[in-house]
Every structure is written in structure tokens, then in C-alpha cells.
Design a protein around this ligand. Structure first.
Ligand SMILES: O=C(O)C1=C[C@@H](OP(=O)(O)O)[C@@H](O)[C@H](O)C1
Ligand SMILES: C=C(OP(=O)(O)O)C(=O)O
Length: 423
């Protein structure tokens, strides 16, 4: 993809549906009784992988332009798949599904693409084994393919070693089937879409501070789910509007759950002109329209408990920091090393090719902003967030930028380039 510089971005958009909520709607819809109708579903490759996996487990799922209809068969209504389940590029799919599959009365095998096969799985395998799950895999379950022998599980008391919503969710989904109560303690709050949606389907998860308690359920009931726009996708357009002069952009219907809104906090601290308007609640999730105007940004330090609230937005925050006055320090972000690419390494190397003054640290990066970037030939490393972040950096660079392997945007935001072009 070739991206040319632009001096403004104006208008009104809605971005595609929230990836985390779309995955969970299919998963919970499948193990609920009756029909779950999902509108605003993200038709990105990752969420389509989740649909395909549940079809393999015997769940009829209809997909049309306006909605996804899941014909749930109840908690124990899944059937043994005849083939290895394939999650493609989706970490959320494999980790959350491992929680569900651990509690079934059949065995299954699950894997994904080359990137997924390098991502850590022991983080979900270890606590699920404590619950009684029988899971084997490459290097003792460190990596997939995983072989899961479904079992009766028991509740556990588990302190998460990393703030990971995927690990928390795998345990919580398994806990729906377990004997006794399960308690998960988080080092810092991570996205709580599983907790909200389980309760919306009739489950019983309670959260107080960093302690989450879940009790087994007798049944879940299918629901109508309206998925809001993904704040992680809105992030690219928020940054474009902030850094390009004379911009004013209204992004409508975005999920602004406080466990996901770190990017708003950060840009407000950096001097960004961002307003949330028309705030409301939809299927238990906070939603708003976001109004962004061009701003003169300055560098800040980003770390601690803010990191899980903006983990997927760090690549585009790094791009924004290149155009902010002064130094931006991103720390406590080691988790970036185990995403679709090592996002510390890939963002530092590619922004450097565009002339950025940026360096890698053990747990993040340091960016000296304020000087102009120039167009270059850059790599996505098949990582959707890297491709989109570089495209936004390119909008304010001198001359054109070519992004290699840019097709990967289809993982989380298939229309990204056409939206960008339209604006
Ligand atoms: O639960 C989820 O839907 C997600 C959790 C995060 O991963 P971790 O749990 O590994 O931090 C995030 O990076 C991912 O894009 C989606
Ligand atoms: C890390 C991501 O997703 P997943 O872990 O589901 O592959 C992401 O979308 O940035």
C-alpha cells in the first residue's frame, strides 16, 4: 500500500465492530441456549476464525451483511470436531477457546498460523491444568498445537502473573463449568468484556477492585448483542486527526469501556483536543461518539496500570509521539513482545526507517519527537497494528511511504485503507 502525505482529515465516520466483543458474542452465543443475534459484528479475519471454529464444533452460525445469528446449543451442546481447529492469526480465539474446550466431554486439537505457533500458551494452559484440565502441546504446552482432553473441572484461586484479559477470560469461561467458585486476582485491570457479557447472558461474575469471582452456571440464555465500534480501530483515526493540522473528526459509536480507554487518557495528557459526547450504555458496555481536533501534542511518560488499557494502541501512540514535542517514554509494556510481532522491535525499526528518533528499551521505547519524518519503504511483519500505525505516521511524513504486506489489516479492520482514502 502506498500512502501519501495529507494536511487534514475531516468528517464523520463509524469504525468497524469491536474485535474482543465480537469474539465473545460468538463464543457465549454458542454455549448459550437459543438464538444470539449479533449486529455490528467485526467481519475481520480473526472473528471469522472464531465463527469457523464453533461451526466445526457443531454450532450453526449464519452470517449475512447486517448480522450474525448463532444457534446456541447450551453449555454442553458442542460436539467433537472432526479436524484440528484452526484459529488463524487470532490469540484471543485460541486462548479463550482453550478454556471452553477444557470442560467439554470430548477431546480436541487446536492450532493457528505461524505467528500463533510462536505465541505463549502456557499462560492459559497452567491455570487450566490447576482447574483439572488435561492439556498437552508443543514443548509441554508452551506452544500450540494443543491437545485438549475435556474433563470435569474445579474452581481455583488464581493470581494472574500478567495483566492479560485473554488469560483471565480463559479461566472465567472454564469456571462456568467448574465445581465451586473461581477467584482471579489481576495485577492491574484488563478489559472486562467477558465479565460483562457472561452476566448479560445470565451468568454470575462479581468484580471488586482487582478480585473477580465467578460461580458455575446452570445455563446461559441467548441474547441480542449490539457490538460498538472498536476503540483500537478508532485509535488510528484519532491519531490522524490529532497530528494533521486543520482536522476535525467525529467518530461515532465507539466502545469506551474504562478498561479500554487508556488512549483517551494519554492523548488528553499529551495536550490532545478530544471530547466524548453522547455517552450511553449498550448491552452493558459504555459507548460514546469521539470528537477529535488537531492539536499540538507534547511527550509524556506512559506506564503502570495504564498499559493494559491501551496495549493494542501502543504502536499508533508511538507514531503520534514522533510528532509530539519532547520525549515520550513507554514503559512496563513487555507484553508487546508476544503479540502478532514483537511490537517494540517492529515499530522501532520501521519508524527509524522514516527518520524517527526512537529507541528500544527492555520494556518499551523512548521517542524524541518533534522532527519531521520522511516517507520510506516499510514492513508490516504481517502484523495488522504495525501496518495501520505506519500508515498513520506516513500521513504527516515528507513524500510517499510504501507499506509491504499491508493486507494483514484484514485481521481487525478490513476497510481501514478505504476509510482512510474516503476521509
Ligand atoms: O481479550 C482480548 O480480547 C484481548 C486481550 C489483549 O491480549 P492479552 O490478554 O494477551 O493482553 C489484546 O492484546 C488482544 O488484542 C485482545
Ligand atoms: C494482539 C492482538 O490480538 P490477538 O491476541 O487476539 O491475536 C491484537 O489485535 O492486537
Amino acid at each position: 500500500m502506498i500512502v501519501n502525505p495529507k494536511d487534514k482529515i475531516n468528517g464523520e465516520i463509524t469504525v468497524s465492530g469491536d474485535k474482543s466483543i465480537s469474539h465473545r458474542a460468538v463464543m457465549l452465543g454458542s454455549i448459550a441456549e437459543g438464538i444470539t443475534e449479533v449486529t455490528g459484528f467485526l467481519m475481520g479475519a480473526d472473528c471469522l476464525s472464531t465463527i469457523e471454529c464453533f461451526r466445526q464444533l457443531g454450532i450453526p452460525i449464519e452470517v449475512n451483511e447486517e448480522k450474525v445469528i448463532v444457534h446456541g446449543k447450551g453449555l454442553l451442546g458442542l460436539s467433537q470436531p472432526s479436524n484440528m481447529l484452526d484459529v488463524g492469526n487470532s490469540g484471543t480465539t485460541i486462548r479463550l477457546m482453550t478454556g471452553i474446550l477444557s470442560a467439554q466431554s470430548f477431546s480436541s486439537d487446536i492450532t493457528g498460523d505461524a505467528s500463533i505457533q510462536k505465541r505463549p500458551m502456557l499462560r492459559v494452559v497452567a491455570p487450566l491444568r490447576e482447574m483439572g484440565a488435561k492439556i498437552d502441546g508443543k514443548e509441554g504446552g508452551k506452544y500450540c498445537p494443543l491437545h485438549i482432553e475435556g474433563q470435569g473441572l474445579k474452581g481455583i484461586h488464581y493470581q494472574l502473573p500478567v495483566a492479560s484479559a485473554q488469560v483471565k477470560s480463559a479461566i472465567l469461561l472454564a469456571s462456568l463449568y467448574a465445581e465451586g467458585e473461581t477467584t482471579v486476582i489481576e495485577p492491574a485491570p484488563s478489559r472486562n468484556h467477558t465479565e460483562i457479557m457472561v452476566n448479560y447472558f445470565g451468568g454470575n461474575i462479581l468484580q471488586k477492585d482487582n478480585v473477580i469471582k465467578s460461580s458455575p452456571v446452570k445455563k446461559l440464555t441467548g441474547q441480542y448483542i449490539k457490538v460498538p465500534g472498536d476503540i483500537s480501530s478508532a485509535a488510528y483515526f484519532i491519531v490522524a486527526a490529532l497530528i494533521l493540522p486543520h482536522s476535525e473528526l467525529l467518530i461515532k459509536n465507539v466502545g469506551v469501556n474504562p478498561t479500554r480507554d487508556g488512549i483517551i487518557t494519554v492523548f488528553k495528557q499529551m495536550g490532545g483536543n478530544i471530547e466524548l459526547i453522547n455517552q450511553r450504555t449498550q448491552c452493558g458496555e459504555p459507548v460514546a461518539d469521539i470528537l477529535v481536533r488537531s492539536s499540538s501534542l507534547h511527550g509524556i511518560e506512559i506506564g503502570g496500570s495504564l498499559i493494559p488499557k491501551l496495549i493494542d494502541e501502543i504502536p499508533v501512540i508511538a507514531a503520534a509521539a514522533c510528532y509530539a514535542r519532547g520525549t515520550t517514554i513507554i514503559k512496563d509494556a513487555q507484553e508487546l513482545k508476544v503479540k502478532e510481532s514483537n511490537r517494540i522491535q517492529t515499530m522501532v525499526s520501521e519508524l527509524k526507517k522514516m527518520g524517527a528518533s526512537i529507541r528500544e528499551t527492555d520494556d518499551g521505547m523512548i521517542i524524541e519527537g518533534g522532527s519531521a519524518l520522511r516517507g520510506a519503504q516499510v514492513e508490516s511483519y504481517h502484523d495488522h497494528r504495525v501496518a495501520m500505525s505506519l500508515a498513520i505516521a506516513a500521513l504527516k511524513a515528507e513524500k510517499e511511504t510504501t507499506i509491504n504486506n499491508s493486507d494483514c489489516v484484514s485481521i481487525s479492520f478490513p476497510n481501514f485503507f478505504s476509510y482512510l482514502e474516503k476521509l
